[in-house]
Design a protein around this ligand. Structure first.
Ligand code: PMP
Length: 365
């Protein structure tokens, strides 16, 4: 018998069981081609179709306007931390240009560190004063009028802090790291110049990075930018300038189709609100567990929480594992627990987690 668990991993994370089953069914013979997707030429008609469908389905799911390109790249969000400034600071006549950052936690910090190599960095707002537990209010931001761009991380995967709105930054391009909440809530793509996300949370396996970029952001790469990372070259070659990560793109495409069958992003958002409320409502009803983030900024995707008595951590994790609730350990930099409840986590998994947490409290509280 195969083991069935609820996987709360922050990423690589749970994928839809339907998607994994479909991939398994098609593994050795993709739709009568006699080929596994892994064995196909990326330029052949089969993979060309897979790529085009993935792109069209993502465009439909996010209502991506026509003046935006969808790129499938490699290197993950961390590579984009360098790729973005290499593509955007050149739009400014004066070098070094300034990049504005909103610093909301671990992943913002990492993005900022990389940016120092390419530009002047301005921390326009930061929530470090309260341990990165909130999103600084828009009216406190000290933006640079002629910045190359403003960078935000819309969901801090470790801190469990999420933007509940898209900030208006005027004419300065808004760049958003959506690695851990892309496709989980409706957003207006047209308010952004660039949206990027590693795939391994809400989309598919690691290895493909989604970049959604407005056309006027193309064609400004620094001469030192590697060709494979020049968005214009990648766009002109329809993500085939180099060999793209074909299998991750295929799985991403299956996820996009699955999302469309679920009713799209609006339908997912409704369920995600319910799932998150189940956990946070319970956390708020007890002092056996705690979460430090104010309600408006709580992540719907990643719920970090602590036990009042941290000496019970190992017991909690071991018992959760016995109950088929796996990968609940918090990030090493913050400790405690974290339940990542991306699109592919069914509400039943969250119900089972909350029931287990209640029972654990009864027995140890
Ligand atoms: N940004 C965010 C918000 C993330 O959650 C992660 C990965 N956990 C990264 C960036 C880094 O992604 P990668 O390791 O795929 O480069």
């Amino acid at each position: 018998m195969k083991r069935v668990v609820y996987n709360f991993s922050p990423g690589p994370a749970a994928l839809s069981k339907e998607v994994i089953q479909q991939a398994a069914d098609e593994m050795t013979d993709w739709r009568g081609s006699g080929l596994s997707v892994m064995e196909m030429s990326h330029r052949g008609k089969e993979f060309t179709e897979i790529l085009a469908n993935a792109k069209n389905d993502l465009r439909a799911l996010m209502s991506v306007p026509d003046n935006y390109k969808i790129l499938f790249m490699q290197g993950g969000a961390i590579a984009e931390n360098a790729i973005i400034p290499m593509n955007l600071v050149g739009r400014k006549p004066q070098q070094p240009a300034t990049i504005d950052f909103i610093n909301t936690g671990h992943w913002s910090v990492q993005t900022i560190e990389e940016a120092h190599k390419y530009a002047k960095v301005n921390i326009a707002a930061s929530s470090e004063d309260r341990g990165f537990t909130y999103v600084p209010a828009r009216d406190t931001w000290k933006l640079t009028p002629d910045a190359a761009y403003v960078h935000i991380c819309t969901n801090e995967t470790i801190g469990g802090v999420e933007f509940d709105y898209t900030p208006d930054v005027g004419d300065v391009p808004l760049v958003a790291d959506m690695s851990s909440n892309i496709l989980s809530r409706e957003i207006d793509v047209s308010k952004h110049a660039v949206i990027y996300a590693g795939a391994q949370k809400n989309i598919g396996p690691s290895g493909v990075t989604i970049v959604i970029v407005r056309e006027d952001m193309l064609g400004h790469a620094l001469p030192s930018c590697p060709s494979a990372f020049d968005w214009k070259l990648v766009a002109d070659h329809d993500s085939m300038y180099n060999t793209p990560p074909t299998y991750p793109i295929y799985i991403a495409g299956l996820t996009f189709q699955w999302l469309r069958r679920q009713g799209g992003v609006a339908a997912m958002e409704k369920i995600n609100i319910q799932k998150a409320a189940l956990v946070y409502d319970y956390l708020d009803s007890t002092d056996f567990y705690s979460n430090p983030v104010p309600a408006a900024n709580r992540s719907r995707m990643n719920v970090p929480f602590r036990l009042r008595d941290e000496s019970l951590n190992a017991t909690f994790l071991a018992e959760a594992e016995k109950n088929d609730l796996v990968q609940l350990k918090g990030h090493s930099s913050v400790g405690g627990m974290r339940a990542s409840i991306y699109n592919a986590m069914p509400i039943e998994g969250v119900q089972k987690l909350v029931a287990f947490m209640k029972d654990f409290e009864k027995r140890y509280g």
